[in-house]
Structure formats: C-alpha cells, structure tokens
Design a protein around this ligand. Structure first.
Ligand code: SF4
Length: 237
C-alpha cells in the first residue's frame, strides 16, 4: 500500500465533515485547512530512481488522504494526475470523495467506461446524502465503486443503490463530541449488503457507541479493535 497526496487542504461540504481529521490535525499544527496547496510529492507515481519507478508495480495507492480529489481548487492540477494514473497501469489507485456531483466536470476525455486501475469511494453519512450522492453515483461509469458510510450519523436505507457496488464500509466518528454510532444501524446496513450480495466491512466503532441501548465511550485504540471483535464483515459470493 502507498499513499499519494498531490495536494493538501479541504473545505467542509456536508454534515460528515464536522469533525474531519484533516481539519482537526491542522488546527493542532496551526495550519489553514481551507487553503488548498500543491505538494512536492505531486508527481510521486511517476518518480523514478535509477530509471525504476519508486512506487513498485502491484501496489494499491491511496490518493488525497488530506484533501478531496474532486475539490474545485485542484481543477488545473488534476489533468496531470490523470496522466500519471494512466501511465501507471500497474498500480491500483483508490480515492474517496464527498464531491461526486462533480464527476462529469473532472474526468479525463478518454474515461469512457472508466479506467481499469481506478476505484472511487462515495462518502455518505446520512439519508439525505444517500438520496443525493448515491443515487447519482450508481449511474456513473466507474470500474470499481465503494460506498463509505464513515462517519455514519444516522440509520440509512441504501439497499436500492447497492447493485453494482463492490463494497460498503461502515464506521463511527472519532472525537470527544462525536455523534453516536448505534450498532443497530451497522447491522441494518450489513443485512442490506447481504441481501444484495455486496461486500460489507465494519471498519471502526464511534467514540460514542451505542449497543443494546447502552452508550459506551471508546478510546481511539478501541475503535478498530472493537469493530474487529464484532467479527461481522461479510464477503459477497
Ligand atoms: S470532504 Fe473529507 S477531507 Fe474535505 S473537509 Fe470533508 S471530511 Fe474533510
């Protein structure tokens, strides 16, 4: 696995951004997250040492973990990124977005039915975003699609949008004032995935986690550990 952050910074766009980890981290470092800045590692996928690519073939490359790949301020930079993605057919690029509505403005001219080596995750935190973002996402030509319900802040019905999705990832929010995650919401989504034969991953609990009507306050370490312990991931067949 490799990380590629061609730029950094992001603006909040919806409820799920309230306790965004990028903003939280930047606040501590006294950095302005709303300023979108191109980074020195912009061309990392095509960087070579002694004629050999620094990122070895076969890797998964997670893109824009301190921004949103579809953010408006990066419109002039993104075409060069698509070129690099095209050059590295031997890598699998993965990014998540809360700006899927920009899809047709930002894909390259030769996208057609999607690049084989690009996986896109659409983030939805509540029913409103399911109706807006997933309804649109479902119609798009993308080779591999993920649904990211993290942070999940209410129960959601998304089953009608699951056909064609590769996976659904669910998780709670991490913050001392986090909105609670009810385990029942997680189990409900799991059932929807099973009915539609879509992979399901419970990635993390929330700092404030409700199970059997009791609220638990979890540490950062417990978030993934407890989700793993629940052992409810499900694989399509
Ligand atoms: S879109 Fe993502 S990176 Fe940008 S503010 Fe929202 S949560 Fe943070």
């Amino acid at each position: 696995m490799a990380m590629w952050n061609p730029w950094r910074g992001c603006r909040r766009v919806s409820e799920g951004c309230k306790f965004c980890y990028v903003h939280q981290g930047d606040q501590k470092r006294k950095m302005n997250t709303n300023e979108i800045v191109k980074l020195p590692q912009f061309d990392a996928p095509v960087k070579k040492v002694n004629g050999v690519y620094k990122i070895p073939a076969g890797r998964k490359v997670f893109v824009c973990f301190s921004s949103d790949f579809f953010i408006e301020e990066a419109d002039d930079w993104r075409p060069a990124c698509w070129q690099m993605i095209k050059e590295r057919q031997d890598l699998q690029f993965i990014f998540l977005t809360k700006r899927i509505e920009r899809f047709y403005e930002v894909i390259p001219d030769d996208w057609q039915t999607g690049y084989e080596n690009v996986q896109i995750g659409c983030s939805v935190e509540n029913q409103q975003q399911v109706e807006q973002r997933l309804a649109f996402f479902q119609t798009l030509p993308i080779k591999k699609k993920s649904v990211i319900c993290q942070p999940l802040i209410e129960a959601v019905q998304l089953e009608e949008y699951l056909p064609g999705m590769a996976e659904v990832i669910v998780g709670g929010e991490y913050h001392k004032a986090a909105r609670p995650l009810d385990y029942q919401w997680v189990l409900d989504i799991r059932e929807q995935c099973i009915r539609q034969n879509v992979n399901f991953d419970f990635r993390q609990c929330g700092t404030n986690f409700i199970k059997d009507e009791k609220i638990y306050h979890l540490t950062y370490k417990q978030l993934t550990a407890q989700a793993k312990k629940a052992d409810i991931n499900w694989r399509a067949h």
